[in-house]
Design a binder for this molecule. Structure first.
Ligand code: IYR
Length: 228
């Protein structure tokens, strides 16, 4: 892959890959088990108040932080909110924006697409869920003497967020990918620096007893894959 010269140039900052090769059977069984787990994930909108230990949230966020990123800039920050006063402020601000969304800002077609999910501008989960993880993207890197460029920020943060959602599932917890819009209020309430923009708001916890989810189907493999 590298010319010898390039290899020489980089060799002092390269280390051997830590890689354990699985045989085909192990490979198939571990990836099928992971598929089954991921396929069991459902977006949940009704949470229990049952607490989740901070150490579990830390482990989930550490997992998200293992995502690949453009030039390894790791352009993300995760706020884990458990303080009830801050959660209330977030709920109040989110509901204000969502009221506008559901009463004029969203098109009729959009409202129709959402009808089967039964959503509206009222968001009790923002106070009920024991944790809100707010994902921020760093649109540029704040350095001591100014700004540096981050690359593929949306792709990097999207991948990290996907890994976060899977880590939540592995932990036996449920989540909601919530997108209040616009979400500038999150950077204000959480007092984030100027280079950060809110990306997604993810309540995390246990489902409320009797939680119902919409009866939806995932696309079949044949619809999402072509082999070339
Ligand atoms: N942000 C609103 C509306 C909403 C939009 C989409 I696209 C969804 O999949 C679900 C909801 C809300 O969170 O209610």
């Amino acid at each position: 892959m590298f010319t010898l010269a390039a290899k020489m140039q980089h060799s002092d900052s390269f280390i051997p890959l830590n890689f354990k090769e699985l045989d085909e059977e192990q490979s198939a069984s571990s990836c099928n088990a992971f598929y089954e787990l991921c396929n069991s994930r459902r977006t949940v909108r009704t949470f229990s108040t049952k607490p989740v230990p901070k150490a579990i949230v830390e482990s989930i966020i550490k997992t998200a932080g293992t995502a690949p990123s453009g030039a390894h800039k790791q352009p993300w920050h995760f706020c884990a909110v458990q303080n009830p006063l801050i959660k209330s402020k977030i709920r109040e601000a989110a509901e204000k924006e969502e009221y506008e969304n559901y009463h004029g800002r969203m098109s009729e077609a959009w409202l129709e697409d959402l009808r089967k999910f039964g959503t509206n501008h009222i968001k009790p989960f923002l106070e009920v869920a024991p944790w809100l993880i707010v994902v921020f993207k760093e649109v540029y890197e704040a350095t001591t003497d100014g700004k540096a460029t981050n690359y593929y920020v949306n792709e990097s943060v999207g991948i990290a967020t996907g890994m976060l959602l899977n880590a939540i599932t592995v932990a036996g917890l449920v989540s909601l990918t919530h997108t209040p819009s616009p979400m500038n209020f999150l950077a204000e309430i959480l007092e984030r620096p100027k280079n950060e923009r809110a990306y997604l708001l993810i309540p995390v916890g246990y489902p409320a007893k009797g939680t119902l989810v919409p009866d939806i189907k995932r696309k079949d493999l044949s619809e999402i894959m072509t082999i070339h």
